[in-house]
Design a protein around this ligand. Structure first.
Ligand code: BG6
Ligand code: MG
Length: 223
């Protein structure tokens, strides 16, 4: 294992809860109920695709012009930005700082493969920007998760073959993206949502370098 590619929201920090809150508020405004189960489908999915999925849920995609949809996406993002305003290093999920330190000590390269355009801001607030050798810019991609493009781009930026990479995700779309990139996938969350991962752990506190290396060598060994 020469590199680890991290998802951000829901893996490094719990912004997944803020995304949910902001979409729910927009949903309430336009009369579409978003519950936790539906929200699982939005995790890892870009802002525009998330809005489309929400509108499709109640068959309302034709009810708005593209300009209205863009305004709704901006409104959601504005609320999201106020929710993340006060983030600090104390918002790192359990075990993440130790994991980043351990990976760095072993000279393993680190990449960020987040669909979020707010990613760099959040890394700054968490004070972990310097840990990352490469950050994939989601604005440069043609296809979002579950397409493998974001993880393939991350490996390319890091100069590491996909067979030497592990990807960590909290979303089903993200696990599909890692698997489609032919990397070893580790899911954080519930096995019922992340069943296709090579390994699922319930908490980020379970993510140790030993675990990552063991899952990587067992999965590569099986291939
Ligand atoms: C992903 C989140 O990381 O980023 C999604 O899981 C979010 O919920 C997506 O929609 C895009 O984020 P942003 O910050 O650019 O709206
Ligand atoms: Mg995520």
């Amino acid at each position: 294992m020469k590199a680890v590619l991290f998802d951000l929201d829901g893996v490094i920090t719990d912004t997944a809860a803020y995304h949910y809150e902001a979409w729910k508020a927009l949903g309430t405004k336009i009369g579409i109920d978003i519950d936790e189960e539906f929200n699982e489908q939005l995790k890892g999915v870009s802002r525009t695709d998330s809005l489309n999925r929400i509108l499709e849920k109640d068959n309302k995609q034709a009810a708005y012009t593209e300009a209205e949809k863009a305004a709704m996406a901006t409104e959601k993002n504005d609320l999201y930005k106020t929710l993340i305003e006060k983030m600090s290093p104390s918002d790192l999920l359990p075990g993440i700082k130790v994991l980043l330190d351990e990976l760095k000590a072993k000279n393993i390269k680190l990449g960020l493969a987040s669909a979020s355009k707010n990613g760099p801001t959040i890394l700054d607030k968490l004070q972990i920007t310097d840990y990352f050798d490469e950050i994939v810019d989601p604005a440069e991609l043609t296809a979002g998760k579950p397409d493998p493009e974001i993880f393939l781009t991350g490996a390319k930026q890091l100069g590491v073959d996909v067979s030497e990479c592990v990807g960590i995700e909290d979303a089903a779309a993200g696990i599909d993206s890692i698997n489609a990139a032919d990397m070893v996938s580790i899911g954080v969350g519930e096995a019922k949502n992340l069943g296709k991962a090579a390994k699922v752990v319930p908490s980020t506190a379970d993510l140790t370098v030993d675990l990552l290396e063991n899952v990587w060598s067992e999965t590569i060994g099986r291939a």
